[in-house]
Design a protein around this ligand. Structure first.
Ligand SMILES: C[S@@+](CC[C@H](N)C(=O)[O-])C[C@H]1O[C@@H](n2cnc3c(N)ncnc32)[C@H](O)[C@@H]1O
Length: 269
């Protein structure tokens, strides 16, 4: 891979989430999960707690459906974008959302919720067992007795994880909302099989000015299905369903996202 300016460090998710407008552009067609979480929210009657709310992609839809939601997000650029989007909603929907800055790991609100959600790979940004377990403690702390925790993470794909790290996967041209330039986009993948962390290097090559080219790393903890169920079990959860791709179907090797609904085995103080 050509040497590129890296936007922040080489691990973690910060670089990928430092431009909320780019995030919304990149994932504008992702709608099936929004419907899934909005239905769960409506079923619960609310209020809902969303951990890792990003630009409000899911939270705004839930508020528009008439359900109160507290949306927590640590990255300021993502929250700024969420605030801008929120400003464009009808007043009644705006009043249903509380946006809060912060990490899910140490979040302690003095409230309980019938539904806690963490949509779209949030749990893949908890890299160690300790971080994952702190996340589960946060969820249990905020669940009402009998309440549900719903989240999704990618299903690890052994073939993809074995990709050659030096191989370039071209993705066509991508207009960047920051400067309107159409960058030549490509990706490189590498995988640490011990830490179970995949690093995706997203390479943006400027068509004319090489010094304006840059690359953003995105690291994701891979959570294998049986490992995830064991972690949930040993952290006080009962798995209600563990299915594929938001339509309730069993997980197969063709599944992209594993979708979990769990309940706390016992209440926490
Ligand atoms: C792929 S985005 C999903 C955002 C949103 N849930 C959605 O569905 O569009 C993952 C989000 O997790 C957030 N995140 C990463 N680590 C986190 C942590 N420790 N606590 C809370 N959110 C975190 C990121 O900042 C990012 O906004």
């Amino acid at each position: 891979m050509a040497k590129r300016k890296q936007r922040r460090g080489t691990t973690g998710s910060e670089a990928h989430y430092e431009d909320g407008r780019y995030y919304d552009q990149a994932y504008r067609r992702r709608r099936h999960d929004v419907r899934f979480y909005t239905n769960l929210a409506t079923e619960s009657g609310g209020p809902v707690l969303e951990l890792g709310a990003g630009t409000g992609r899911v939270a705004l839809a839930i508020a528009k459906a008439g359900i109160d939601i507290v949306a927590v997000e640590p990255m300021a650029p993502m929250l700024d974008q969420a605030r801008q989007r929120l400003g464009r909603l009808p007043r009644a929907a705006q009043d249903r959302i509380e946006l809060r800055a912060g990490s899910l790991e140490r979040l302690r609100l003095r409230r309980k919720f019938p539904l806690v959600i963490a949509p779209f790979n949030v749990w893949m940004h908890l890299y160690t067992r300790q971080e994952i377990e702190r996340g589960f403690t946060t969820v249990r702390h905020h669940l009402e007795p009998g309440g549900r925790f719903a989240f999704d993470v990618l299903l690890p794909d052994p073939v993809s994880l074995a990709r050659d790290p030096s191989k370039q996967y071209r993705g066509g041209e991508v207009p960047h909302p920051r400067d309107g330039v159409r960058y030549r986009y490509s990706e490189y993948f590498s995988y640490d099989p011990v830490a179970q962390i995949e690093t995706i290097m997203m390479d943006f090559e400027h068509p004319k000015k090489k010094d304006q080219s840059f690359c953003t790393p995105l690291t994701q903890r891979q959570l294998f299905p049986a490992e995830l169920e064991a972690l949930l079990h040993y952290n006080g959860f009962v798995v209600e369903s563990h299915t594929g791709d938001f339509d309730g179907k069993p997980i197969t090797t063709a599944t992209e996202s594993q979708v979990i609904i769990a309940r706390a085995r016992r209440a926490t103080p």
